[in-house]
Design a protein around this ligand. Structure first.
Ligand code: ITT
Length: 200
């Protein structure tokens, strides 16, 4: 089956209900002229994330949205991982928050990290594109650095205030959105997606 490509004027559904992700994905998509509508705008409910890997959950979300909308759907399954916690919270990053309140998730991370000396941390983002014809593809991006405490910065979302990428002195939440977009896990995954499925 020929690989479909999206071009300027085509419509794509962003299969996410996370406003932070929607904002970053729209900025990344902008140069290509593709119309990116969010699943929330179409009234498509969030799919249950029953997978145990980022890839599985990304495919579940993209497929559910492509089937519900009849349009190509791009999902994002991502998370914050700590070496000292064997990669947790990882795929459970959103579930460590309560009612979308990330202060709970960050408090839990800081509690579980008490006394640990290895602060190595990384973000993972897996984007999945699901086409109405049944095809699905995934793209993974990672960014490595350290967990910092106390949290610093107000921009971005989620765990950004406690992540400082290697070679930098600011957390993701202290950087401008453009600086984060230049090096983030989401940007790396998006570049791989764009090279394959977007016409520049
Ligand atoms: P959708 O499933 O609707 O996309 P979600 O927030 O539930 O939204 P995930 O299951 O992929 O998404 O959870 C990923 C969590 O990891 C997310 O809620 C953030 O807290 C965190 N995360 C992902 N990318 C991040 C980033 O760039 N900066 C900070 N935290 C991030």
């Amino acid at each position: 089956m020929a690989t479909p490509k999206l071009q300027s004027g085509d419509r794509l559904v962003l299969a996410t209900h996370n406003p932070g992700k929607v904002a970053e994905m729209r900025v990344l998509m902008d140069p290509y002229g593709v119309e990116a509508i969010s699943a929330g705008d179409l009234g498509i409910p969030a799919a249950e994330e029953t997978g145990t890997t980022f890839e599985e959950n990304a495919c579940i979300k993209a497929r559910a949205t492509a089937d519900a909308s009849g349009l190509p759907a791009l999902s994002d399954d991502s998370g914050f991982c700590l070496a000292a916690l064997d990669g947790s919270p990882g795929v459970y990053s959103a579930r460590w928050a309560k009612n979308g309140e990330f202060s709970f998730a960050m408090d839990r991370v800081l509690r579980e990290m008490e006394g640990k000396t290895d602060l190595t941390a990384w973000f993972v983002c897996v984007l999945a594109i699901a086409w109405p014809n049944g095809q699905e593809f995934t793209f993974r991006g990672e960014v490595w650095g350290d967990m910092v405490s106390p949290p610093r910065g107000k921009s971005g979302f989620g765990y950004d205030p406690i992540f400082q990428p290697s070679g930098h002195t600011m957390t993701f939440a202290e950087m401008s959105p453009a600086a984060k977009d230049a090096m983030s896990h989401r940007a790396y995954a998006f570049r791989a997606f764009a090279n394959n499925y977007l016409r520049g």
